[in-house]
Design a binder for this molecule. Structure first.
Ligand code: SF4
Ligand code: SF4
Ligand code: SF4
Length: 402
């Protein structure tokens, strides 16, 4: 029987406003065209972006954050994802010379006590996933499939593909671990700490349910509601830097926000760990075409040639010939997190253009950066030095893997 709309069942990520739904069937078309999974919902939120009547919305948690910000007993920490960063910069339309500093200033004005960059957690994910890839190369056990996207992981679990998925924690869980278990030994956050993650993703609201390191996930759009409710004067913002210790990240961590970015980042570090030198600049950024939701790429790592592929949407996962690849990046949303269901809404006829622009904004940060590799991060090397020990060690497995 033809479905007239998608059903979400009980879930902590998204909901429908019944009185707004006109049963137009657009959400079914969106879901089938990207995922082809029948009635199953993996919480990607793509139907939020395309519902013509605004009837599908994320489950909102921003009011809880505002309450904690108003309670001086609490230290409230926020870490911001690169994909949210470019979406917010585009929306806040600042004339300030450094839009990221303006955005960090806005977060401080809202009352956050510490502002960190999730790309720092992404650098840790890169190191551990690269160690896993090197192990897989030694054992000839392929493919390794990435673990950052909880919607993809949900699908993998439902279809038995989870045996290929990396055990490495996602960037938000790395960030959560660092803040609650490592930085808290060196920074006096006080007894009452709320750790907030600002994401383009609705699925992350479910991902954190098994973690005591992260308290609340809010979406990019929820931050705009907070700015509105708190009546922040955007013309009167003091520019600010991220806080140190989890506020500086490589541009490899930043491109996690666009599809192909995790793959690229892991390849750069794997090459370095295997050859003790940087990947040649002619060999980088080969798999970052944001219009291509199924892209293959071969990397020569010296001792081994790796066949890789990046795919977006479960429909493309269904087309994969797993025996062809060593490393596969999977993201549920077309184009990756820059096009997540929690991003700022744009008209349907502008979705491709804006997705491309946000992707290009992240790639441009990487192109201009002189700090392009996760293994160059001082934050990350300090984490290993003072807390974890060696990458890929037993302690790393215990603390940084699922
Ligand atoms: S796209 Fe929106 S309005 Fe149309 S059926 Fe789905 S939820 Fe209802
Ligand atoms: S959230 Fe994603 S998986 Fe769920 S119904 Fe919407 S498009 Fe389909
Ligand atoms: S691709 Fe990114 S935004 Fe989309 S569901 Fe996965 S993690 Fe969330």
């Amino acid at each position: 029987m033809k479905r007239e709309r998608v059903e979400f069942g009980e879930n902590p990520c998204l909901t429908r406003i019944e009185e707004k739904c006109k049963r137009c069937g657009n959400c079914v078309k969106t879901c089938e065209s990207i995922h082809n999974m029948g009635d199953s919902c993996i919480r990607c939120g793509q139907c939020i972006l395309t519902c013509p009547f605004g009837a599908i919305v994320p489950k909102y948690d921003y009011q809880k954050v505002l309450n904690y910000l108003n309670d001086t007993d609490y230290t409230v920490i926020v870490s911001i994802a690169p994909a949210s960063r470019v979406s917010l910069i585009e929306e806040l339309k600042t004339n300030n010379s450094d839009p990221t500093k303006h955005l960090v200033g806005v977060l401080r004005k809202l009352g956050f006590d510490y502002v960190y960059d999730i790309a720092c957690g992404a650098d840790v994910t890169t190191i551990e996933e690269s160690m896993e890839l090197i192990e897989r190369i030694k054992e000839h056990k392929f493919p390794l499939m990435t673990s950052c996207c909880p919607s993809w992981k949900k699908y993998a679990k439902e279809t038995g593909l989870d045996k290929y998925v990396s055990s490495t924690k996602s960037p938000i869980k790395m960030q959560g671990y660092m803040i609650k278990n490592y930085l808290s030994k060196y920074i006096d956050y006080g007894d009452k700490v709320i750790n907030v993650i600002l994401m383009p993703c609705v699925s992350k609201k479910e991902e954190i349910l098994d973690s005591s390191d992260i308290d609340i996930v809010i979406t990019t759009r929820e931050l705009l509601y907070m700015i509105d409710e708190a009546k922040i004067d955007l013309n009167n913002i003091t520019e600010s830097d991220f806080d140190s210790l989890a506020g500086s990240a490589s541009s490899a961590g930043i491109i996690f926000g666009t599809s192909g970015g995790v793959l690229e980042s892991v390849i750069r570090t794997t090459y370095y760990l295997m050859n003790n030198k940087k990947l040649d600049s002619s060999n980088i950024n080969k798999c970052l075409d944001n219009n291509n939701f199924y892209e293959e790429c071969v990397y020569d790592l010296g001792k081994v040639k790796l066949n890789t592929c990046k795919v977006c949407g479960m429909k493309n996962v269904q087309k994969l010939d797993l025996s062809k690849y060593h490393l596969i990046e999977v993201m549920a949303c077309p184009g990756g997190c820059i096009n997540g269901g929690g991003q700022v809404l744009v008209p349907n006829n502008k979705l491709d253009e804006i997705r491309n622009k946000r992707s290009q904004d992240l790639v441009n940060i990487d192109i201009k950066s002189s700090f392009k590799n996760s293994y160059e991060s001082k934050e990350v090397s300090d984490l290993y030095k003072y807390d974890i020990g060696m990458p890929g060690s037993g302690n790393a497995n215990k603390k940084l893997h699922n």
